[in-house]
Design a protein around this ligand. Structure first.
Ligand code: TYM
Length: 354
């Protein structure tokens, strides 16, 4: 049985400041994956319109996410870095997926419910269809692996459902084209044009929590800036935020099990582990039995050591927007070639005349 060629794809929205959750849950993994994989990383500007239509600083935000990708160590020559709107095939495939996905599936999306809030009637149609565009982002390259934070898990399950339904519904049309591949979904053999994407969510910090409340996700939209570390924060800000981070009065446990029921301790240990490329168990074998008064200064040193060079490089890159735009244009061109190949095949499978 042949397999789909492994390809990594992920995206980040150009809305608000990037924070430590985005870095540890996503961007740091993007960097590690490029060693052994073909990777495509996208600034998803079309997604940014779903919650708010008009952005005064759209171009700056797109450049700033791109700068973060580059500063963190993504190589835009070996891999592809671009912004979504430069490849219209994403939106085209999303339309087809809007006709594949069922309304019942979309109604289950918790992120839509959270973002639309109480007044759902006033949410944009784009916010509702958001996961369908996300599936198209990935599948327009027939990508197989998607590094994301835990909050995107449900969206990736939907992408698998969309791929599966497309494969099933067009089964008889895919076979004669010779474009499909026999795969197994569970025990079931399926002739597939689109792969079943694998989310890559593991690691010690798949869900980085607020520094003020260990039960709430660290988020761009939290009104308190003390709740998150931003990638653009300087050393003083990082230090102040970690010093003020909520903790409990106990010493750190020596075993991971001892973090149960201690969300703030669990979060800080997870952050330390992710920044140090260690497991939580490793961190606890070093700090078990220590008070936060010892652990926090060590965490501050580590966070500054990792984040300060990224911060400095982002600032340097942001002074040369022409260079960033050239990177995006070059990536956009290469992405477009690949995406157009898929779209031609999809048009043939559907039976559109071209
Ligand atoms: P976005 O822009 O909200 O977030 C970018 C990435 O950061 C991760 N993340 C976190 N990880 C751990 N802890 C946190 N507190 C935290 N907050 C955010 C997110 O999981 C994400 O990986 N829908 C996506 C963007 C997208 C996409 C795609 C991703 C569009 N198309 C295709 C993958 C594939 C989003 O809004 O991410």
């Amino acid at each position: 049985m042949t397999e789909f060629k492994p390809l990594v794809f992920s995206g980040v929205q150009p809305t608000g400041n990037l924070h430590l959750g985005n870095y540890l849950g996503a961007i740091r993994k993007f960097v590690a994956l490029q060693e052994n994989n073909d990777c495509i990383y996208c600034v998803v500007d079309l997604h940014a319109l779903t919650a708010q239509l008009v952005h005064e600083d759209m171009a700056t935000q797109i450049r700033s996410i791109t700068a973060a990708f580059l500063a963190a160590g993504i190589d835009p020559k070996k891999h592809i870095v671009f912004n979504q709107s430069q490849v219209p095939q994403h939106a085209e495939l999303a339309w087809i997926f809007n006709c594949v996905a069922r309304i019942g599936w979309m109604n289950r999306m918790t992120q839509f419910k959270d973002k639309a809030g109480k007044d759902r009637e006033q949410a944009s149609l784009g916010l509702y269809a958001y996961p369908s565009l996300m599936a198209a982002d990935i599948l327009v390259y027939r990508a197989t692996h998607v590094p994301v934070g835990e909050d995107q898990k449900q969206h990736l399950e939907l992408a698998r459902d969309i791929a599966m339904k497309f494969n099933m519904d067009f089964n008889d049309k895919i076979r004669p084209t010779g474009l499909g591949i026999d795969i197994k979904v569970g025990e079931e053999p399926v002739h597939a044009y689109f792969p079943m994407v694998e989310p890559l969510i593991d690691g010690p910090a798949p869900r980085v929590m607020s520094l003020k409340d260990g039960t709430k996700k660290m988020s761009k939209s939290d009104p308190s800036d003390l709740s998150r570390i931003n990638l653009m924060d300087d050393q003083d800000a990082i230090s102040k935020k970690i010093r003020k981070a909520k903790t409990d009065p106990d010493a750190l446990p020596s075993e991971v099990d001892g973090l149960k029921g201690r969300p703030e301790a669990d979060n800080l240990v997870g952050i330390f582990a992710a920044l140090a490329d260690k497991s939580k168990a490793d961190v606890l074998s070093e700090f078990g039995g220590q008070q936060f008064s010892v652990f926090k200064p060590a965490l501050i040193d580590l966070a500054v050591e990792v984040l300060a060079p990224i911060n400095a490089e982002m600032r340097r890159l942001m002074e040369d927007p022409g260079h960033i735009d050239a990177v995006l244009r070059d990536g956009g061109e290469r992405a477009r070639t690949r995406a157009e190949k898929t779209m031609n095949e999809v048009r043939d499978i559907i039976g559109f005349v071209r």
